[in-house]
Design a protein around this ligand. Structure first.
Ligand code: 5GP
Length: 147
């Protein structure tokens, strides 16, 4: 799935809006059976990178960059919108701290990295449990695919 451009930059997948069946409506209630809820319950495996009281982080199953890690709150939040509205100060601080620590631990600060949180339909969010993508390990290409 990783695609290298002639320049050596790694491109993201095409615009999610071309795959309308896969994206979720972030205004819907939390789905307890989403894949990340199942990972959190230990029903599905993951390649864990970090865990603390409020946060779990693991490698993306379908990496789009040499380093592609997902950081999720342990609480049941659909999206960034939901989390920023209902998350406790401790949960929000833990997620932000964890993202920064994981990037540092992965050696991504000096070469640089990218964070992404897709929200809902236009954002192309596919899994209805908040996740922050950490991308790194090489040139990441343009911020968004140009239309
Ligand atoms: P979104 O498009 O919702 O921002 O990103 C969802 C991400 O979750 C995708 O990058 C996809 O590869 C990843 N993903 C989906 N299912 C699984 C899974 O079962 N395990 C892991 N580790 N990643 C998953």
């Amino acid at each position: 799935m990783l695609r290298a451009a002639p320049s050596g930059a790694f491109f993201m997948r095409g615009p999610a809006l071309t795959e309308p069946d896969m994206v979720i409506d972030a205004t819907r209630p939390y789905d307890e059976n989403n894949v990340f809820a199942r990972i959190l319950r230990g029903e599905l495996p993951c390649r864990k990178v970090h865990e603390d009281e409020h946060v779990l982080a693991f490698h993306d199953i379908n990496p789009m960059a040499p380093v592609h890690i997902l950081v999720i709150p342990k609480g049941a939040y659909v999206s960034w919108d939901d989390f920023s509205e209902r998350g406790s100060e401790a949960e929000i601080a833990a997620l932000v701290r964890a993202v920064g620590k994981i990037a540092r631990d992965q050696g991504l600060v000096a070469p640089g990295y990218r964070l992404l949180a897709n929200v809902g339909l236009a954002g192309g969010q596919e899994v209805p449990h908040l996740h922050v993508h950490i991308f790194g390990g090489g040139p990441l290409g343009p911020m968004l695919a140009r239309r």
